[in-house]
Design a protein around this ligand. Sequence first.
Ligand code: HGY
Ligand code: MN
Ligand code: MN
Length: 420
Amino acid sequence: MKISIDATRLQTELDTLATFTHVEPATNGTAVTRIVFSDDDLKARAWLKGLAIAEGFTIREDAVGNTFIRWEGTEPDLPAVATGSHIDAIPHAGMYDGTVGVLGGLEAMRALKQSGVRRRRSLELVLLTSEEPTRFGIGCLGSRLLSGTLDPARADGLRDLTGDEEATLAKVREAAGFAGPLEAVRLPEGHYHAWIELHIEQGPLLEREDVPLGIVTSIAAPAGYRFIIHGFGGHAGALLMPDRKDALCAAAELILSIEKHALATGAIDTVATVGTCEVHPGAVNSVPSRVVLQVDLRDTDPVRREGVIEAVRHDCEQLRTRRGVTITEELVNADAPADSSPHIVEVLETICKENKTPCKKMVSRAYHDSLFIARIAPIAMLFIPCRLGVSHRPNEFAKIEDIARGTQVLAEALARLALE
Ligand code: HGY
Ligand code: MN
Ligand code: MN
C-alpha cells in the first residue's frame, strides 16, 4: 500500500489559501491577514469545504465554527483518529502557520483514500476556530471550547477587539452563520483515539540542526494578562511635569518590569511579550490618561511562570504609590502545559526510522490547539522547519519538500493509528 503525497497539489492549495487575505503590500514574502469570521476567513472555509466534499468526505460544523471533515472507517462507532489545525492568521503574518496542518491533513487523508488503505477507525480533519487571539483576546477559542477549558458563557461574552466595541463572540459567530449553544461544542474525553497536528516549528532549531522533522514531546504553558493603567490626562503644554500622572510613562516602567522579571528566571523557556499598547486619548499634545497593555507570558514550568507575574505585581505596587496611577490586572488565561502521548511519539519515531528520515524530539514554545485537545485525547505534534525560524511575519517560509515529508509521515501515522 503505497501512500503518495501530491506535493504539487499541496503547494497549489497553500498558494490558493494565501489569497484569502486582507490585501496589503508586503515588502518580502506573502503577507496574510485572515481574522476569524472575517470575509476572508469565511471564503477560505467555503473553499476548503469544497475540496473536502469533492473527495467524498462528510462535513460537520459546530456552534463556534470548528469544522470536522470525516472519512468513515469500517468500524465507524470506534473513536476516530484526528488531525487538524487552524487557518486564521494574525495581521501581517505568513502563509504557513496553521495552514500546513489543515491542508497537509487534507492531503494525507486524500493520499490514504487513493492508496486503498484499510482502516478500522474513521479519520477526521478538524479546522479549529480562532487559534489566534487577535479578535477575541484569547487564543485557541475553538479547541478550548471543544475540550471544556473555557466557560461557554464567558466565551460568548468576549468582546471583539478588532472593530465594533459592542460586538461579542455571540453576535459575530451568529452573523457568520454559526448559531446554537456553545455548550454543545464540547467533546467528551475519549472522543478521539489519537490526535496529531502538523505545524511549522516557528523556531530555528530544525533548520539550524538540519533535521527535517520534529516530534513534539510537550507544549509550553501560555498565560495572558491585560493591564489597565489609569493616570491623569491633560494639556501637553499647560500640565507641568511635577503635577503629572502620566499613564504611558507608568506603562513604560511596567513593560520593562515584565521583561526584567522574565529574564531574571535565567531559564531559556521563560518568555514574556507585551504585544499591544493602547494609549488614550492618543493625541500628540495630550498627556495619556489611560493605557491598556496585553501581555503574553509563557514557560514550560507554570510555577516559574507564576513567579514572574508575582514579581511584576510587586513592582506594580511601587508604581501605584510613586506615580499616583491605578493599575488593574485582568487575567485572560493561565494554562497548564501539555505532554504528548508516548505511544503516538513512538509511532512517529518508528515511521521516521523506517523512512530513514532524521527526526528530533523537542518542546513547542508556541502554543497550539493540540495543547487543549490534549485535555480530551492522546496527542502529538509533528514540526517541519521554517526558514530562520521566522513566523508571524510575511517572510515566514517552509519548503514544499519539508511540508510533503511531514505530510507523508502524518499520513502513515494516521493509517497505523486507525488500525489499532
Ligand atoms: O502564539 C502562538 O503561540 C500561536 O502561534 N498562536
Ligand atoms: Mn500563530
Ligand atoms: Mn499556529
